[in-house]
Write a protein that binds this ligand. Structure first.
Ligand code: AHR
Length: 337
């Protein structure tokens, strides 16, 4: 994996060494040792960070965005301008992104509500020599020249780990349904890709169908209620692409007079406290963490980039899996989200 330098990228993209050196010379990230320092004008100013965020979307998002805001504190040398989307609307994000460029922030963090449609915004940020770092969500098509790096767990690996667990849990195969996040979101496509990469080799697993429940617990309940009814309750396995939808589906299983973990096994992604509690109680059977607590990694990355250092184009946040009530009970006391 080649490393990328904001300085090198600036030269490559802007093609003006002096301008790129200008970014480094007054690098607002500090004095070149990766430590937080003053803003663009010198050591006594704060580094301004424009965070184009998703906003209210469930426990995972709340944990991730709070961790970012807590980490980029004034004490750490930052002024973080938080701009959550209005009702998950991409247009409001594009507007906030543009405003941050006009304000001349030192760096933009972007968690995209939709994967497509970012090219012109990202090109404007490059022309303004403002580095963009993707938080969690990718862009589609993934043009890695349009941003400095993406910080996230590896969705392909996380969803493949759920599929590998399913192979072990159902050695003779199973029928299954998938509750997806919203269409057009990068992580949804990546999670389908990771799952399908494993399941495509296993015809003993029959896909009954897939439908979005928009990351929502209530929608997860109502969609899966309909799915159970349409299939005479004959669903062995549910892969829910986040905890909220899986928890809602577990409620639908119980409301159908079935036993989660016995009649229907539910596997989810995120690893929030509520999911681990449900795993401990047997309502969920497998939980793959998608670790949201990477504010420190983001801060270190921002400082490195603004100091002209090099970073990988995809900084992978480690995540673990939980496959039993005992594993959940062991993790719960120290759970940060
Ligand atoms: O992009 C990460 C996903 O967005 C999480 O898995 C989900 O809970 C959140 O809403």
């Amino acid at each position: 994996m080649t490393k990328r330098t904001w300085l090198g990228r600036a030269i490559g993209i802007v093609g003006m060494g002096a301008l790129a050196l200008g970014i480094t010379a007054c690098g607002p990230g500090g004095d070149g040792d990766g430590s937080a320092g003053g803003g663009a004008g010198g050591d006594d100013e704060l580094v301004t960070v424009g965070f184009v965020a998703v906003g209210p979307e469930g426990a995972w998002r709340e944990a991730n965005e709070q961790n970012i805001q807590d980490t980029f504190s004034e004490d750490a040398g930052f002024e973080l301008k938080f701009a959550p989307a209005a009702n998950l609307d991409q247009a409001s994000q594009i507007q906030a992104f543009s405003s941050f460029i006009d304000e001349g922030v030192d760096v933009i963090l972007l968690s995209a509500t939709a994967g497509a449609g970012w090219e012109s915004s990202l090109q404007r940020a490059q022309e303004a020599e403002i580095p963009v770092i993707l938080i969690d969500r990718g862009i589609e098509p993934d043009n890695t020249d349009l941003y400095v790096t993406r910080i996230a767990p590896d969705n392909l690996e996380v969803s493949s780990s759920v599929a590998e667990w399913a192979l072990e849990e159902f050695p003779d195969g199973a029928n299954y349904f998938v509750l997806e996040g919203p269409a057009g979101v990068s992580v949804v496509n990546e999670r389908n890709e990771g799952w399908d990469a494993v399941m495509s080799e296993h015809p003993e697993f029959e896909k009954i169908g897939a439908q979005t429940a928009n990351w929502s617990r209530e929608e997860g309940r109502s969609v899966f209620e309909t799915v159970l009814r349409a299939n005479n309750n004959d669903i062995d396995l549910l892969f829910a692409q986040n905890d909220e939808m899986g928890l809602g589906a577990a409620q639908a299983v119980e409301e159908a007079g079935l036993v989660p973990g016995e009649d229907v096994k539910i596997a989810t992604i995120d690893g929030t406290r509520a999911a681990l509690e449900a795993l401990a109680d047997g309502q969920l059977t497998f939980v793959a963490e998608y670790n949201p607590m990477f504010g420190e990694t983001a801060l270190e990355t921002v400082n490195t980039v603004l100091d002209g250092g090099t970073v990988d184009p995809y900084i992978i946040v480690p995540s673990e899996t939980f496959d039993s009530p005992e594993a959940a009970e062991e993790a719960l006391p120290d759970r940060q989200f």
